[in-house]
Design a binder for this molecule. Sequence first.
Ligand code: CP
Length: 327
Amino acid sequence: MAEPTTQSATPTTGEAGSPPPFRHRHLLGIADLDPVEITALLDYSERMVEVSRQPNKKRATLKGRTQINLFFENSTRTQASFELAGKRLSADVMNMAVKSSSISKGETLIDTAATLNAMQPDVIVIRHSAAGAVELLSQKVGCSVINAGDGAHEHPTQALLDALTIRRHKNRLNGLTVAICGDIANSRVARSNLILLGQMQARTRVIAPATMLPPGIELLATEVFTDMEEGLKGADVVMMLRIQNERAHGKLIPSVREYYQFYGLDEKKLALAAPDAIVMHPGPMNRGVEIDPLVADCPASVIEEQVEMGVAVRMAVMETLLSQGNQ
Ligand code: CP
């Protein structure tokens, strides 16, 4: 297989081919990946987009393999897309019902991991409210582990699907100006995106009230703004984030109305971005809080496309991690 470059954006046709070589057993964070690995995963995801758009979406590549989804936090998009991705690859997929499991009786994460490990899974997909919990679990099991979001730390497949969506619209990542707006401090999506976009030589701007900016953010983002109108000027991509009330316990803003006035993306503010700017949101969206419904549904919005890319990226990641030679 040819050495992947970091600028490839060409969709392929025909057979999906083989996943790229990959030196990792787990996908715990974007911070572990270099630009060549990121590009190779995005290129392979393009092939999975093609597979997913065919009437017959089934591949036999994970036939006989077992995938366990273990979500300690709520999810719609990530859990559903990992399940669909596994099924499209012919894996046996088991969704652990965490709320009705023995975890609710006080079993520790480590004991849960050991129990699941004894069932010989090939991959465990985990979401947990504690940053670092997924990495800890990866040290206790004999299979691949994929981080589906750990606290405010990382959400690597979200950053990959966001990058794939951007690349499909702009044909590149390098040199683009990407504005990420909202609750940066509590967002694993922001953190993984900032790491990935920085690796790929994009210019990143974070826009938020001071209470939603974490200490040291200037080390991750190219520019930091508290004035949304300043931060949006000329941006190629506008990525909105919801307020993570589950992590901040509702103490981040004095009122939703005031937040919407200063940090909600409406048509007037969007007009400050580049004329061909795209609007993104990882979901779930809070219409009328961080985004005007008219903007969420406008032609510049690629929010539904992000969801489609999520399935393709997760197929590509699982096939890559579980392919012969990558284990
Ligand atoms: N983007 C994202 O992680 O959405 P879910 O919480 O619905 O999985």
